[in-house]
Design a protein around this ligand. Structure first.
Ligand code: ATP
Length: 420
């Protein structure tokens, strides 16, 4: 049998073309295919149009070895996947009696008084030569077709039906026809730098990796307050690819230094939590413009009670004075969004919570409240400990929600840097 290397996925269903429904099946399918060493080179979403779908299938099969379609296998007129595949492969649709029989039994077992409607027989009409993939969770059977060295799989849309059927494919025909060279990915997360800067620093590495065996592909992704570098490679053994990726990750860490905060998939809040736990320290935050987001992110991590005891949200000046003992004179002299106030907030919550590390955040999330000296997006973050006091003024971009997120990211990152 031919080894399948390049795959495409088509999610079928007009609802997937509306703003209210997202295709998530393809994410799961991609993950499974990558494990077998298949690259997904195209993903597409098609509505319930037989013609569009037939055309798309024909075009994709010129380019890939494996095509997986999901959805559109129901019994009604707008379920067109079987027909489109038959047309694209130029195979007749024939009734599979065994499927009809199973559908009838299923219908009877569900206790309906009337016999199965004839329309349900549509689900037994399959492209000639198709092999049935059993559906234990629903009525629509899946289909597998080998066609001139290429393979086509048809799976139902509901994720709970699709998943076990895909698992059966992975154990059966897909494993037989795959290279067995798993695609492994590592993600390096970086903060405090811009994308182009990271990209430029890593250019020499990209060239080396492209020429190496196994070759390592690198993709850089800019996210608010973080840059992700995705490294991936194929190899015959998991061991070889793991080792190659580990040494590539190490090269990135050597090049970028302390701005790398995660090389093993952990989020920033997990990294900070692990550092706090490892050092037996408690953190407490006094949050103004972040409205609790920093503490919310810290407590998203299971086991965070080891290092979070309390935080406060002090939005108004009065609250800052009342709960954190920030002197009114300080607020009047410098304004609430200032380094002296952020430091006083951090010290105030540290004392109040008897924590080892205090975080104070104050800023202007917008859209109003900015001034020429302190425009919207100005955020001051202070992190203090018994023998270390740090404070920085940031100028973040974007809407309110984005400013809040960037502020929480900066605060967590300053805690991380203090502990690393
Ligand atoms: P059946 O009609 O027998 O249930 P089907 O193959 O016709 O199966 P669809 O009608 O296309 O499946 O989809 C049924 C439901 O499955 C959709 O309403 C949707 O909730 C979910 N679904 C379909 N496709 C996807 C997808 N790509 N990602 C996530 N969910 C999906």
């Amino acid at each position: 049998v031919t080894v399948l290397r390049r795959a495409a996925i088509v999610a079928v269903g007009s609802e997937l073309l509306t703003p209210s429904k997202l295709d998530t099946n393809s994410l799961h399918i991609t993950e499974q295919l990558n494990r077998l060493g298949l690259d997904v080179v195209v993903k597409a979403v098609a509505g319930d149009s037989r013609d569009e779908l037939t055309h798309l299938i024909g075009a994709l099969l010129e380019r890939v070895d494996l095509l997986i379609l999901c959805g559109g296998l129901g019994p009604t007129d707008d379920d067109v996947t079987r027909e489109a595949v038959a047309a694209a492969l130029n195979r007749p649709l024939v009734e599979d009696e065994a499927i009809t029989e199973r559908l009838r039994e299923r219908f009877k077992a569900r206790g309906f008084a009337t016999p199965m409607p004839e329309t349900n027989r549509r689900q037994a009409m399959v492209p000639a030569g198709a092999v049935v993939i059993e559906n234990t969770k629903g009525s629509a059977p899946g289909l597998w077709i080998d066609h001139h060295g290429k393979s086509v799989a048809l799976l139902p849309g509901p994720p709970r039906e699709l998943k076990p059927m895909l698992a059966a494919l992975v154990e059966g025909p897909l494993r037989e026809r795959s290279s067995g060279e798993p695609l492994v990915r590592r993600v390096v997360r970086i903060t405090g730098r811009i994308e182009s800067d990271v990209d430029q620093l890593l250019q020499p590495l990209y060239r080396e990796w492209a020429a190496a065996v196994p070759a390592i592909a690198a993709t850089i992704l800019a996210q608010p307050s973080a840059i992700e570098l995705h490294l991936s490679a194929h190899a015959l053994s998991q061991d070889i690819v793991d080792r190659a990726l580990e040494s590539a990750v190490q090269r990135v860490v050597d090049t970028i230094g302390a701005d790398v905060y995660s090389t093993d998939g952990r989020t920033l809040e997990q990294v900070v939590g692990d550092l706090l736990a490892a050092n037996g320290l408690h953190v407490a935050a006094a949050e103004s413009c972040t409205g609790g987001l920093i503490t919310s992110r810290l407590t998203d991590v299971p086991g965070s009670s080891r290092y979070v005891d309390q935080s406060v949200i002090t939005y108004s000046n009065d609250a800052k004075t009342e709960l954190l003992a920030v002197p009114t004179e300080l607020l009047n002299a410098h304004g609430a969004v200032s380094e002296p106030v952020a430091l006083a907030m951090a010290d105030g919550i540290r004392a109040r919570a008897r924590a080892d590390i205090g975080v104070g955040v104050t800023g202007i999330a917008g859209p109003t409240g900015g001034t020429p000296e302190k425009p919207v997006g100005t955020v001051v973050v202070a992190v203090t400990a018994a023998s270390d006091r740090r404070c920085r003024t940031f100028r973040f971009y974007g809407e309110r929600e984005l400013v809040k997120f960037q502020a929480s990211q900066a605060a967590l990152d300053m805690v991380r840097r203090m502990l690393s």
